[in-house]
Design a protein around this ligand. Sequence first.
Ligand code: GLY
Ligand code: MN
Ligand code: MN
Length: 424
Amino acid sequence: MLNSIEEGVILFSSAPSKTRSNDTEYPYRQNSDFYYLCGFEEANSVLILVKTGESTRTLLYVEPHSEEFALWNGARLGVEGAMKRFSVDEVHSMLEYPNHIKEILREHIALYIDFQDDSSILKLAQQSAKDLRETRGVKRTLRCLHDVTYLIRSQRLIKSPEEIEAIRHAISLTASAHHEAMKQCKSGLREFELQASMSYIFLSNGAMSEAYGAIVAGGNNANTLHYVDNHDVLKEGDLVLIDAACEWELYASDITRTFPVNGKFSDAQRKVYEKVLDVQLRVIEAMKPGVKRDWLQRYSEELLCQALIDLGILSGDREALMEAKAHKKYAPHGIGHWMGLDVHDPCPYVDDAGESLVFQAGMVMTIEPGIYIRADDASVPEKYRGIGIRIEDDILITEEGCENLSSMIVKTVEDIEAMCANQL
Ligand code: GLY
Ligand code: MN
Ligand code: MN
């Protein structure tokens, strides 16, 4: 990280704890950039990276050990524990941070921070910088404030072997959970019952969190893209779309499968399903180093538009339909997104010149085409109304092309029907 700057101070604070109600809190989740930089998972901590000429210093500030805190919440690592566990030059107590930050800023003209950070930790650094400016005898004062997130997130684009391992592990648990949901599914169940059987697999295997709120959407509910209610009854003859996945060591997986509630696709469902699957396979086949992400988006839209024409849902010249964005009514979202420490990894999609990024080995992107036909859409043949289908896998760009990291999760019509019948 320090290689990316000429000189200055990078200051990154941990994620704040969040109140759920009264005196209860949401489970703590570390800030992804902070975790990427140092791997420390406790709240109320700060990482400071300093570069002066060619020399560098890395300092981690942590909450000190406290008997009282340990009694109620469990022991913190404390200064000594963190020093043993993390490869930073120095670990200090948070109690020392206010004095130390003033001393550190006294020597530098550039500060790199997360512009979205509004923590009291950062405010204290900013106040120190102001105080120094008004202190007689201080010659060098801060004059450059940079957003450090672009630097971090550009690095986060290319996953290391260890990061890919964590993603693979998350996917392997997610695979078991999707297969279990297919086996358990029958009409009359509530959507949340499938969610519960998946959560059981995540938790009982040590994955303490979903990577995002699960979508278990029976029938027409699948046409609400961010449906998270998950309370409806699953009905005979409907499909169910499940977009659910766990995270492992803070690394996400992101998987969608759509299958028949009763285990057998109807003719109309199968027709739409096989079109979506065909689009997904073709898009994945096109992924390799050197391909532009923008091109892949355009290509996927052409394929989806053609699929809608083939199904008789759109009619007319494909280019004219594309121009009018007619396909967006039935395929409104993008083909995929970066995935890593965040399910929607906030890594750049364009370079400094605003040009679409080109795929490189080590990038991970979801590929998730979908066709959504609302039950009340009278402009579509009746047999298709109420069908919503998305198929989503997690793809690693490799030197040779790409690898579908979630290829073990069944998705052909035949395999899904066999899994639903518990025959795989
Ligand atoms: N699960 C969120 C997404 O597919 O983007
Ligand atoms: Mn996704
Ligand atoms: Mn998803």
